[in-house]
Design a protein around this ligand. Sequence first.
Ligand code: GN1
Ligand code: MG
Length: 379
Amino acid sequence: MTDLKKIVELFAIEGEVKEIKPLGNGLINDTYKVVTEGGAPDYVLQRINNAIFTDVDLLQGNIEAVTRHIRKKLEAEGAEDIDRKVLRFIPLRSEGEKVEVLMSEKPKTYCLEDGKFWRVSVFINDAYTYETVNPEYSEYAGEAFGNFEAMLADIPDTLGETIPDFHNMELRLRQLVEAVREDRAGRLHADDKTENQELHRILEDIDKYGVQMCKAEQLHREGKLPKRICHCDTKVNNMMFDEDGKILCVIDLDTVMPSYVFSDFGDFLRTAANPVAEDSPELDKVDFDMEIFKAFTRGYLKGTKPFLSPIERENLPYAACLFPFMQAVRFFADYIGGDTYYKIKYPEHNLVRTRNQMKLFHSALGKVPEMTSFIESIR
Ligand code: GN1
Ligand code: MG
């Protein structure tokens, strides 16, 4: 067992640690709340999953650059309560076991202990995350994610891709093909014929839409679609609201990197416009919610007004379809590959997630004309 208290104390936190308990439900990192004695702030301790984020130095460098830039902007506009509007990472105490400091003399905000990477940030009090949102909150969220991208449009630092080609649909399809070729878990050739048939049906369905869903890569190659700094994990639960339902800040910054704006637009709707969770087996309830779409889009177009190009704007309905599709491909590749990436709670979990996301994809696809005319209607 890792001594979590010992790790927290490597960081320059205030106060004495009283209790450390699990927090949230991310699928990748392990997260804990660090409760301190008396008036000191509480903290969030996270173990960075370096099997997935292999370059932790680059990752934490990105996060520091992003939070520094946003903090500066908030200060310049005279915002109040800045520590609740942007995350603050705690540097290591000088006596902590330091990771090699590569280029800068700035204190590092992560450490390597017993082969694991850790970081600590200030816990934001009286802030809430939600697994579902109503149209009103979606509009705030759209504006907030749009603002987030707008604020980062002039960041002076060059950010790296923390997971190279993270949202590259062509790569995700190649990974699925590879998983199918290897069939490591033997699932495609299992004795259960009904399951085999279903898996092959899913593969055919994915195959049918593959080329169409790689439009972003195509546009990029043609020089028509830029990469911008995006959040790349805009799930509903990666946004903090205050007690009045106003957005405080965007969290979970590991995937902030250059990508197409479709990432942030599409991934939010993938979670928010689905009335049930991404792993719900109740497929009849999976349906792309146009009210959420409209509200979020209204907010997003407001937030991104300073920079969004006509090509980006007109392809937002494509983005709304792309993300459930890409997520289905990723869950399915993990299922076929033997569940090595996403945390699962039972053996079929990734298959249940795949079915759910394919259903959502088809629902969104059927609503593209309605999405397009909505976007045209707000000028
Ligand atoms: C992962 O860790 P979490 O739950 O915020 C994943 C996202 C997926 C999501 C699906 C680095 O995010 O890309 O959309 O699960 N993050 C990474 O729930 O792969
Ligand atoms: Mg998360």
